[in-house]
Design a binder for this molecule. Structure first.
Ligand code: SF4
Length: 457
């Protein structure tokens, strides 16, 4: 039987409880168990004036921002509209049906003011990591690190080639916020000081972003989002924004390892990473200064492609401090006895080892070893010991396991871009990138907690 047509009839009184209308298996209901903003008001109190109009509740703004990142709503205007009409979002924000939703302009005012002054998003991220540790989902033994390139809100049309870029012509007094931040970070190891090499183009709207062609397609302006994760459950234990170049990314990882130790007392035994982190200096830092085993492929350009012997075909004898070539002859730092022995270390940190003419000239292996030169020489980095350890580790089963675990960072980045839709930044400047990366990492950890610890039935 056809029922009567539905007609809109507003009731005079409603008996309505939001709690009853949010499904028990809703993602936000699961996440809500781990959002502990109890101390946020006290944390922010020094940044509010004692007089004037009462502010919007900061906890409400944080909850709204978390919804944006958890549910992949990138626009703050849309976020406000969605919170207005979505019952689950209202419930998560502690808003009743009649409560007004803050205007989107409130977010930018607070972001550029007290939220940044107080480093609120960092504080929020640490609260959630602390909760992950207390819930027992962080093992703390095997960490992995990687960086992902995220497009900046900048384009080529509004940029200057490096020959024409002159920082002295910028006036910090009347420069836009992103330009002021760029000037402030010129000496920062994660940004301006990461490399003396100037990028090919510099954006006018966001000069700290890096012009990069690392994604193999057309180049663009970008920042690097660096994650340090605990590989047991892919919990992000630290996050850092940096320039999208290798040196800055390696520097960011060092900073994160030290900060995780001082903040949370986490001392990983193993770090898994890709070749970008396998430089001699970095491996040495991990092994000798931090006591961490590097399950990292060695960054090695010494492999010869013309079929002649590579340096890996020569065996190094630590005690004698010399190499032995495939023909069994020694290669030494120096064949002459010197009154004052020289270190023989080049500016780049390499030591050269030479074979003797009397060994090489009659050698039947010479065409395979050094067809053009009279004698063969091998260069060895002063931190080659750490590289050798990394090479040895790469032959173990534990290395295969660590590299499998490392894939979890890549999966987090894929999730970040595809599900949370953070493939292009909305905010400009190093602080904009920092804010977005911290909120995204916080949201990813909350989602992970919700998944790992199911709601009691
Ligand atoms: S050419 Fe010289 S260094 Fe090379 S294998 Fe022969 S003796 Fe050794």
């Amino acid at each position: 039987m056809l029922g009567p047509a539905q007609e809109f009839q507003s009731a005079l009184f409603y008996e309505f409880n939001l709690e009853d209308h949010v499904p028990s298996n809703h993602l936000l209901r699961s996440v809500d168990r781990f959002v502990d903003l109890f101390g946020i008001r006290a944390f922010l109190a020094p940044f509010y004036s004692d007089i004037g109009r009462p502010s919007i509740d900061p906890e409400l703004m944080i909850r709204m921002l978390l919804i944006g990142y958890i549910m992949g709503i990138r626009s703050e205007r849309r976020l406000c509209d969605e919170v207005h009409v979505n019952l689950a979002y209202r419930w998560f924000c502690r808003l009743d049906l009649n409560d007004p939703v803050p205007d989107q302009s409130t977010f930018s005012k607070n972001r550029h003011g007290r939220f940044r002054e107080s480093d609120l998003f960092r504080h929020l991220f640490e609260i959630v990591v602390d909760r992950c540790i207390k819930e027992g989902v962080v093992g703390g033994d095997i960490f992995a690190t990687d960086a992902s390139i995220i497009r900046a809100d900048a384009n080529k049309q509004n940029s200057t080639p490096k020959e024409e870029w002159d920082t002295t012509s910028l006036n910090p007094e009347d420069a836009p916020r992103a330009v002021k931040e760029y000037l402030d970070t010129l000496d920062d190891a994660a940004f301006g000081a990461a490399s003396v090499v100037q990028p090919k183009f510099t954006s006018h709207s966001d000069p700290a972003s890096q012009w990069t062609g690392a994604m193999k397609g057309p180049a663009f302006f970008a920042y690097a989002n660096n994650y340090l994760i605990d590989t047991d459950n892919a919990i992000i234990v630290d996050v850092e924004a940096s320039r999208a170049i290798r040196q800055a990314e390696v520097g960011a990882t060092r900073k994160m390892i030290q900060r995780t130790r001082s903040k949370f007392g986490l001392y990983p035994e193993i770090l898994a990473a890709d070749t970008a982190y396998g430089t001699a200096e970095n491996l040495n830092w991990l092994v000798h200064e931090e006591g961490i085993l590097p399950y990292i492929p060695v960054f090695d350009k010494s492999k010869r492609k013309d079929g002649t012997f590579s340096s890996s075909d020569f065996a190094f004898n630590h005690q004698a401090n010399e190499y032995t070539c495939p023909a069994g002859k020694p290669l030494k730092k120096s064949w002459r006895k010197m009154k004052t022995p020289r270190s023989g270390v080049t500016k780049e940190g390499f030591i050269r080892y030479y074979a003797r003419k009397m060994d090489c000239e009659p050698c039947p292996l010479k065409p395979q070893c050094t067809p053009r030169d009279t004698t063969r020489k091998i260069t060895r980095h002063i931190y080659e010991g750490a590289r050798d350890l990394a090479r040895e580790l790469s032959q173990t089963d534990a290395y295969m396991d660590a590299q499998r675990r490392r894939k979890k960072v890549e999966m987090l980045f894929a999730h970040l871009k595809r599900i949370m839709k953070l493939d292009r930044l909305r905010l400009r400047g190093p602080n904009g990138a920092k804010d977005e990366f911290h909120l995204a990492a916080t949201a990813q950890n909350l989602r992970k907690l919700a998944k790992l610890i199911p709601q009691p039935a």
